[in-house]
Structure formats: C-alpha cells, structure tokens
Write a protein that binds this ligand. Sequence first.
Ligand SMILES: *Cc1c(COP(=O)(O)O)cnc(C)c1O
Length: 385
Amino acid sequence: MINLFEPALGEEELAEVRAVFASGWLGKGTRTGEFEAAFAAHLGVPADRLVSLNSCTEGLFLAAELLEIGPGDEVVLPSVSFVGAANAVAARGGTPVFCDVDPHTLNPSVAHIAPRLTAATRAVLVLHYGGYPGDIENIAALCRDRGIPLIEDAACAVASRVSATACGTFGDIGLWSFDPMKILVTGDGGMLYARDPALAQRAAELSYLGLRQVSGYAQASTGGRWWEFQVGPFGRRSITNDISSAIGTVQLAKLPSFVRRRQEITHWYDDRLAGAAGLRRPAPPPPGHESSYYFYWVQMDRRIRDEVATRLYRRGIYTSFRYAPLHLVSAYGTQPALPGAERAAAETLCIPLHQGLDDTQLDTVATELRAAVAEVSELAGITAP
Ligand SMILES: *Cc1c(COP(=O)(O)O)cnc(C)c1O
C-alpha cells in the first residue's frame, strides 16, 4: 500500500534514542531543553515563549483554558478543522462557531471569519490547510483590530512562513504537532507558543501539575526540603519526554530536506496531473508564502470522488479527505449550511505525500489516479469539461 503519510526516521534518530537510554534519564530533561531551544530558533521566537507538550491536541485544550473560554463564549473556527480544536472549545462549555472556507484552498479568509464575529466572540482559531499559510496576515490584523485573541493551529505548518514570519507566531497562541502522521515526528508530541511570556509560564504550570516552586532532584544541592512545593493552577501532566525530544532535534535538522522533497513531489504531481480531464490541482502558494507541503489534494466531480478513492485503494493507493467538516457533526449542535466547506468535502481527495515516496511510487499514483478518474467518469456518463 502506498501510504498517505509516512514518517522518515533513520539511524541518526536511533543513535540519539540509544544515548538517551544510556543516560538513564528518560523524562523531560536536558534533551527537551535542547529541542525547545532549537525549535524556538527555527520559529524565530524567544525560547521562554515555548512549552513542549505530549500532543498538539493537549495544546488546543490548553489554549482554550489559557484564554478562559467558558459557557456563553464563542470561538470562531473554520468548519474544515481538526476535531480536537472544536472539542477544546466545547469541553469548556464554550460554543464553536464554524465559518466557511474557500472551496479550493480549504482555508478561510477574512471574508469568511468577519461575519461570524459577535460581541460574544472570545477567540478565533485557524489552521493552515495542507501547510499553506492562507490569509493569515489579514486574519491576524482583523483579530488585532477587534481585540480578539487569535489561536493558530500550525500542526500542518511546521515550516510554513509568510514574508519570513513563521506560521503559528502571527497570533497570540500557536500550536504544532509531532504525531506520527506529521512531517516532523517524535512518536507523539506537541509545542505551544504564547506571545505573552506570562501565558507561556501558565501553560508550563498547567502542563506540569500546576507546580509553582520547582522541587525535587535539581534543588537537592541547595539544601532545605526539596520535596516540598506550591501549587498555582490545578494542572495535569502533559509534558513530553527526552526520548521524543531527542528524536525531535534530529528531525528538526532534517526538516529543510524533508520540505524540499515534498515541494519536489508537489511540483512533480502538478506536472503529471496537468491537463488530466476532470481533475483540479491545488494552486501554488502566492509570492512571499512558503508552504510545508503537508497535503497534496485533487478535486473532481462529486459524483465520482468516492468511487475514485475506492478504486485507488483496491490498487494499493491510500487516499483520504482531511478534515471532514465539523459543522455537520451533530455533537456540536445544529449549524447553518457552509457551501464552501460542503463543496470541498464532496470534491476533494488528499493523495499520498511524504518525503519517503520514490519516483516509481509517484508514477503509480499519478497513472492510477488519471486512469480511475477517466474510468469512473465514463461509467457515470460524465464528459470531462
Ligand atoms: C494532527 C493535527 C492535530 C493534532 O495533533 P496531535 O499531536 O495528534 O494531537 C491538530 N490539528 C491539526 C490541523 C492536525 O493536522
């Protein structure tokens, strides 16, 4: 099966994991400090604004908590979002208010977000679909003008930038994921950025039992009762560990080569799928925008999409659609129709894109995709435009 996503891990990561084993310390320690510092340098932000976590979902929940989202509060987010984003809002009693997206980029623009803002809006929460930055500069400006905090779910956008500013750092809180399906993977892991250092400090406390006064081993040499502590917020334990962080530091060093290969694959698909009747390809990022090339998606007539996916699966090619629109999920309550999101959900298929794909596999994907679209169109009696 040619996978949609696949991590690229090698001997370099294994060597660092061995070194962590040999050190006898597996928990959050110096390796995590190194990874946080390297990731801060990658983003171009001070290291004290970053808090490493066990997942990006935890970061989304922390963001809702840091902004004190509660009953009666609305958070505007695109319907085409990761399910954990809406859960983070709803779990605190807040109301997710879904906005529409552009049916081709699957990103929202200011024109989609602005009409959904009300006096009860406490935050805007956007992602960067497929790693493409989207309208983030204008969305950030809108939020600043209206005094509404902006949360950026940059899980798809680990290397995405607009005019050299890293996605995830345009707003007040940014989040990244290092789960096994992402580009930079650590097994599981996440990172939170807070523009306000006090908020970052609170996030660190919430992610480690609310501990205020650092206690334990590191304090023993100073004398006194190092086993005593104070608690600030009632936090849980959602920290990362040095095994994951050691992997992360190696992966981060490889990230530029990962993104280069993904860009190459994207261009290759663009060339090979150009002119295929009935297939629409993603638009390249506009000048000044750098994508992480996390997804490659194609769009086609909604009458053939599902059957094309099934045929590809039978021929050993796994495809999918991310992210099924949340305004159609009944748990979030009845929501108005969102034509852009619904159109995207009916016509879009994400096809394999990861840095481990070789040219033979790419050739198979492009050939089979073109064939499946042609066959199913003919069966459905659709003549290509
Ligand atoms: C993967 C993903 C997440 C969740 O990340 P985890 O680390 O698995 O919790 C959140 N948002 C988006 C857009 C994602 O793609």
